[in-house]
Design a protein around this ligand. Structure first.
Ligand code: ZN
Length: 353
């Protein structure tokens, strides 16, 4: 006669996930309804849980003032991308899980009675990844802010560019930065709010370009993962070097603000950061809000000139990819046209007259 083993219910069923949440920081079991009341911040240790886009809008904006724009924008599948699932399947699952069409919403609303343009990301939708739709929404929010002279607020929560859209995702970096650059030149303020996590292509583009960059406590903020970053520079990096507090201590952020004070902080900032009116604006004279003469593109090309080895310094060492002995005779001769101009243009100015 076979022995019948008693069947136990799996332990995780004892806490239905829609009823309780376990704090990953202190391990406390938190009742979800209670957690929502305290803005999803752990009452015992202060851990900030991620917020959905809707909750974030409710937190920041005056009640009932949000008017969504371009809500119908949806991603296509330009590459026919398939990993374990097809990209359209992943999109459909994310839409079902979040009720959103993509990982960002943008629109207009009021904060303490002041109108703003706001774009909010949702990490729940495919890790908040930035494809063409997210980039377009951030850009349109910036363009609307520019046209209407409204302060722009972008709340980031993203793992970076969306690999399923390949280089189209990477193009969003240039597009969003270009729109923000026009906003900056016109003297219209941009407040960037960085939440857990803000990484990859979002960190590398609009998230850190705010006139004021505000972060929530202990948010993961950085470009690459900690192991990749440490491996790239072949150095040990200090604990928590990609957390809000560390970045604040080292001057990369302007504020680290507890979620319960975030709305008040933004209200305070909006009192100071008033969009320059269109009549008073003269072409490219005043630099009221940002570093003087800072231009992202010229900054990047200057950086490249300094970092990349120049021809004058002789041949750069090959990075370990040459297996056999070097054959200098086979190497192409340096082009004389480059040698004719040894100093990179724009670095030295020779006054005339
Ligand atoms: Zn906790």
């Amino acid at each position: 006669m076979p022995i019948k083993l008693p069947s136990f219910r799996p332990r995780r069923d004892a806490y239905p996930p829609d009823l309780w949440t376990k704090c990953p920081s202190c391990g406390e079991m938190l009742f979800n309804k209670q957690l929502d009341k305290v803005l999803r911040v752990c009452p015992s240790c202060g851990h900030h849980f991620r917020l959905s886009a809707q909750m974030r809008l409710d937190l920041l904006l005056d009640h009932g003032t949000f008017a969504e724009r371009d809500g119908g924008l949806e991603s296509e599948d330009p590459l026919g991308f398939v990993d374990q699932k097809t990209y359209p399947d992943r999109l459909a699952a994310a839409k079902l899980a979040t009720g959103m069409r993509d990982a960002a919403v943008w629109g207009t609303g009021g904060i303490d009675g002041r109108p703003v343009a706001i774009c909010v990301m949702d990490f729940g939708f495919m890790g908040g990844s930035m494809g063409a739709v997210v980039g377009e929404k951030v850009t349109r929010a910036a363009e609307h802010a520019l046209a209407e002279r409204l302060p722009l607020i972008v709340v980031s929560a993203s793992g970076g560019a969306r690999m399923q859209e390949g280089t189209l995702s990477l193009m969003q970096l240039a597009k969003t930065v270009a729109a923000l650059e026009r906003l900056r030149a016109a003297g219209v303020p941009f407040i960037s709010i960085l939440t857990d996590p803000t990484t990859g292509g979002v960190f590398a583009s609009y998230a850190v370009l705010g006139d004021v960059n505000v972060a929530e406590p202990n948010a993961l903020i950085g470009f690459a993962g900690a192991r990749v970053a440490a491996g790239t520079i072949a150095q040990e990096l200090p604990d928590g070097f990609q957390r809000s507090e560390f970045l604040f201590d080292h001057g990369f952020l302007d504020r680290v603000v507890h979620r319960s004070e975030l709305r008040g902080e933004v209200i305070g900032l909006l009192r100071y950061l008033v969009p320059r009116s269109r009549d008073a604006s003269e072409p490219d004279t005043g630099e009221p809000l940002a570093l003087p003469n800072f231009r992202p593109f010229s900054f990047l090309s200057n950086l490249a000139e300094r970092v990349l080895p120049s021809d004058a310094e002789g041949s750069a060492p090959e990075n370990g990819n040459g297996t056999g002995p070097a054959t200098p005779a086979a190497a192409p001769a340096p082009t004389p046209a480059r040698d004719a101009t040894p100093t990179p243009q724009g670095t030295a100015e020779t006054p005339r007259g």
